[in-house]
Design a protein around this ligand. Sequence first.
Ligand code: NI
Length: 177
Amino acid sequence: MAAKTVLKMGDPRLFEVAIPITEFDTPQLHELVRDMHHTMEALNGAGLAAPQIGVGLQVVIFGVTRNPRYPDAEEVPYTVLINPEIASLDREMEEDWEGCLSVPGMRGLVPRYKHLRYQGYDQYGKTIERSVNGFHARVVQHECDHLQGILYPMRIRDMRNFGYSEVLFPGQLVQDE
Ligand code: NI
């Protein structure tokens, strides 16, 4: 198994709505999760959704470990999330910069709900249910958007806040999601 090619914005498969997983703990599902994991690691991403490797199923992975290269990044536990449902806990939103492996080299300022509850399943069918805030909530919303065929540039309020990483953040390494 190897890292897969990540589809880039413009590919119509990124705009399709993904379908739910109906069978858990199958060799096919484990292989998909492994492929996604290898792909995300190879590209040093913070998250990846199955449609990004051309698989139209409701599977996302994400996780951010403490990394000296990103001293400000909050830690997010590595999570495999299948058939996710998310609900904001209140109406409060905040804007922050996002990137995406399907939109390489770019960053945009995106509004997201600050407080969120999400639930879904891991690859074994075990229920996951969490209430999260801030960056963790942002990553989940970004990845779940992929399952609805939404890329983060579609959520930017002011397109002047969308641009090349090297121009917006000169000299900084920034992580794609
Ligand atoms: Ni993305």
